[in-house]
Design a protein around this ligand. Structure first.
Ligand code: HEC
Ligand code: HEC
Length: 209
């Protein structure tokens, strides 16, 4: 009995140390050298490789996506060539801590502002956005972690377009274990046509400027 009272504080402090384990951006920086080949030294993205900028994303979303890529819930069978490439890289990450560390490093980078490449009617896009998207992604596309909804402001327009088309075509968000992807897939389907998709993308891109 006495022994337990002596050991209890020790057990508690060990538990506290575990809970306080901090993400290590320096270790993340070492891991990120692999990522930089495609996403760029400042995570500014590289369109010719279909690799998006990452700097606008919250670390929690980056980790969630890396976990999905590693588990095959994103980038598995039926996915695009780009997503499968990314899944192969995520599979090389040792564990969740490696993902948290890399995300913490990405948060220190400055990818700059992305230039507009999609020409469409942002006014039309605004009305679609308010009607169908703002409830989850926020009025300024700032994201809502409580709804697992990522920030969209600051993303490349070509990447937003490609992902919306991937959701609509079912190459993203179809895996049975991709719960959040399935939610988004249903929402991408409410946009009536390609012109509406381009319009909403053009509006979102403007929010990030
Ligand atoms: C071989 C090139 C390549 C490398 C190396 C690579 N990526 Fe990617 N990454 C991609 C491509 C291409 C996509 C887009 C996938 C898609 O279209 O669904 C992507 C997507 C992502 C996404 C999803 C972003 C979003 O908003 O959906 C994250 C997060 C990510 N990569 C992080 C990383 C990290 C961290 C590393 C290093 C451990 C890394 N990537 C290495 C090519 C690469
Ligand atoms: C019910 C909530 C909800 C609504 C409404 C919604 N989304 Fe999403 N969206 C999500 C979630 C959750 C994700 C993350 C999916 C994942 O984890 O793969 C997401 C992801 C995305 C992505 C991928 C971003 C990235 O970097 O990977 C885009 C683009 C997107 N949404 C655009 C839209 C647009 C445009 C609309 C309106 C037509 C919309 N969303 C409406 C919940 C929603």
């Amino acid at each position: 009995m006495r022994l337990n009272w002596i050991l209890l504080p020790l057990a508690l402090s060990v538990a506290a140390m575990g809970a306080l384990a901090e993400d290590d951006p320096q270790r993340g920086g070492e891991i990120y050298t692999t990522c930089a080949a495609c996403h760029g030294a400042q995570a500014e993205g590289n369109r010719s490789l279909n690799a998006p900028r990452l700097t606008h994303l919250a670390p929690v979303y980056i980790v969630a996506q890396l976990q999905k890529f590693k588990a095959g819930a994103r980038g598995g069978s039926g996915a695009s060539e780009s997503a499968r490439q990314m899944a192969a890289i995520a599979a090389t990450l040792a564990d969740d801590q490696a993902m948290y560390d890399t995300a913490a490093y990405i948060a220190t980078l400055k990818g700059g502002v992305s230039v507009a490449t999609v020409e469409a009617d942002p006014e039309l896009g605004a009305s679609y956005y308010r009607q169908f998207c703002a409830a989850c992604h926020g009025p300024a596309a700032e994201g809502n972690p409580a709804l697992n909804s990522p920030r969209l402001a600051g993303a490349d327009d070509w990447y937003l377009l490609a992902q919306l088309q991937a959701f609509r075509g079912g190459s993203r968000g179809s895996h049975p274990q991709d719960r959040t992807g399935k939610q988004m897939r249903a929402m991408a389907g409410v946009l009536p046509d390609d012109a509406a998709v381009a319009a909403v993308v053009s509006y979102i891109h403007g929010l990030g400027q």
